[in-house]
Design a protein around this ligand. Structure first.
Ligand SMILES: Cc1cc2nc3c(=O)[nH]c(=O)nc-3n(C[C@H](O)[C@H](O)[C@H](O)COP(=O)(O)O)c2cc1C
Length: 215
């Protein structure tokens, strides 16, 4: 399969060192808001999450960013999933947002920590009932006997919730993960592969060093 002829010029915008704010979270919020407003982007909050196993093997998967708060990026997942177990052993994490129609990419590196149970409860309660049940019954990342097994687990939990007339509570194995960034790189596609790359690196005093990187 020859893919060498597939090429696209990137012409939608530019990123100047002198125009970017001192705080990368400000720029990230601007870019995210643009992505959320872009009709052609179906999952503007989707991001790839890279983690590392105990024997240093990297792995990656997509999750949804659910909150930006106090300079942290928050997503929700199963704490006993593959990513959850890897993060418990090694909190180093990388995030990648890619918004093709905007010709933009943001790469974030930092450390992950669980948010408080109370915060996870609050988000869990905001989820639709079906999503709550799904999170409660799925042993994410574990082998299961088959689709029917999952459907039965779902139906059993649904029946239990309906008979007790109480909403499904958050299981302890499910909750939020907050990523504190130390490195954020903004990428804007440009013509002739001379893309703009602006890198923010967090300094000991909490400020950010800003540099342009070669594309
Ligand atoms: C668009 C999209 C959004 C997703 N959002 C989440 C999410 O918010 N949380 C989550 O745990 N998994 C989410 N997933 C599923 C993950 O990609 C992944 O399959 C799952 O978390 C198990 O990953 P792991 O085995 O590496 O831990 C999403 C997948 C896609 C394609």
């Amino acid at each position: 399969m020859d893919l060498s002829g597939i090429r696209k010029e990137y012409t939608r915008g530019g990123l100047n060192r002198r125009d970017v704010p001192p705080d990368p979270l400000i720029l990230f919020e601007q870019w995210l808001a643009t992505a959320v407003g872009a009709q052609e982007i179906t999952e503007p909050t989707a991001m790839a999450v890279g983690t590392v196993s105990a024997d240093c093997r990297p792995s990656i998967r997509t999750v949804l960013l659910k909150e930006l708060r106090d300079g942290q990026f928050v997503f929700f997942t199963h704490y006993e999933s593959r990513k959850g177990r890897q993060l418990a052993a090694n909190p180093q994490v990388a995030l990648s947002f890619l918004w093709y129609p905007l010709e933009r990419q943001v790469h974030i590196e930092g450390t992950a920590e669980r948010i408080s149970p109370e915060e996870s409860d609050a988000y869990f309660r905001s989820r639709p009932p079906g999503s709550r049940i799904g999170a409660a019954v799925s042993p994410q990342s574990r082998p299961i006997p088959g689709r029917a097994w999952l459907a039965e687990a779902y139906e059993a939990k649904l029946a239990e919730a309906e008979s007790s007339d109480t909403p499904v509570e958050r299981p302890e194995h499910w909750g939020g993960v907050a990523v504190t960034p130390v490195r954020i790189e903004f990428w804007q596609g440009r013509e002739n592969r001379l893309h703009d790359r602006i890198l923010y690196t967090r300094q000991d005093d909490g400020s950010w060093r800003i540099e342009r990187l070669a594309p």
